[in-house]
Design a protein around this ligand. Structure first.
Ligand code: HEM
Length: 229
């Protein structure tokens, strides 16, 4: 094997090792998921910037996405299936991000290229809570403000700030949007189960596809010029 190829393989193994360390499996560290004291977790925080998207804008957006009460109910039913498997789901999603250097770059130092294990770990805890929040589907003002904050955290406006990370300054918009498909597609097996009909899996899956799309649309606002969102 040529030296460059060998180095590339070794770099890949190092990245994946760092990511599995960052998964934090086996750690007993409090606070637990589902707990609003998760470090950096922002849903319901009173000091959050108010979203420039109003509840009326949100209702109109949901209407265009064909997101309705049936979807809200399906998301809520999905929680019972997903909650016990949050770690497995995150293993799949983190595995995907870790396998694509263009994505891992967002968690890595811009000059050295070294992935930041502590950053990956901190974000993972909040990502797990996001699964539960998405299933809860409480699209109220607090959730809108939190969604805006999550958009800012992917954008230069607030990336790295929550965890004091020294990583890339932005998640490129193209990847933010592209990740919609892998996230939604890989969730489907987790919506299947004994006693769950194919129609029910389909209903829950469709609701998840719409919700993830809705959220990444909201998160794209900080990337746009004023008045263009
Ligand atoms: C469907 C697309 C995506 C979803 C649903 C998603 C979801 C999330 C969630 C739930 C968080 C934690 C937010 C918090 O509470 O602080 C997060 C943070 C983060 N995500 Fe994403 N994400 C997506 C796309 C991407 C992509 C493409 C990347 C590039 C690798 C990425 C990189 C990050 C980074 C670096 C953070 C930490 C940001 C910070 O510094 O606070 N995300 N994401």
């Amino acid at each position: 094997m040529q030296t460059t190829a060998l180095l590339a393989v070794l770099a890949g193994i190092t990245c994946l090792t760092l990511i599995s360390l960052a998964h934090g499996r086996g750690q007993n560290a409090a606070p637990q998921r589902g707990d609003a004291t998760i470090p950096g977790y922002s849903l319901g925080r009173p000091d959050l910037m108010r979203s420039p998207v109003s509840l009326e804008d949100l209702a109109q957006l949901e209407e265009v996405l064909l997101f309705g009460e049936e979807d809200r109910a399906a998301l809520r039913r999905s929680r019972a299936l997903l909650e016990p498997r949050v770690d497995e789901i995150l293993d799949v999603w983190y595995g995907f991000v870790g396998s694509k250097p263009q994505l891992l770059a967002s968690f890595s130092h811009p000059e050295t290229g070294a992935p930041d294990a502590a950053y990956l770990d901190a974000v993972r805890l909040r990502f797990g809570q996001w699964i539960l929040d998405t299933a809860d589907a409480r699209h109220d003002q607090a959730w809108l403000d939190h969604s805006h904050e999550l958009g800012r955290r992917h954008h230069t406006s607030a990336k790295n700030r929550t965890d004091g990370a020294e990583a890339a300054a932005i998640v490129p918009l193209r990847y933010l949007l592209a990740l919609n498909y892998p996230i939604s597609a890989t969730l489907r097996p987790f919506l299947e189960g004994e006693g769950i009909s194919a129609e029910e899996t389909e209903r829950m899956h469709r609701a998840w596809i719409k919700s993830v799309l809705l959220q990444t649309i909201l998160w794209s606002e900080p990337y746009t010029q004023q008045g263009t969102f």
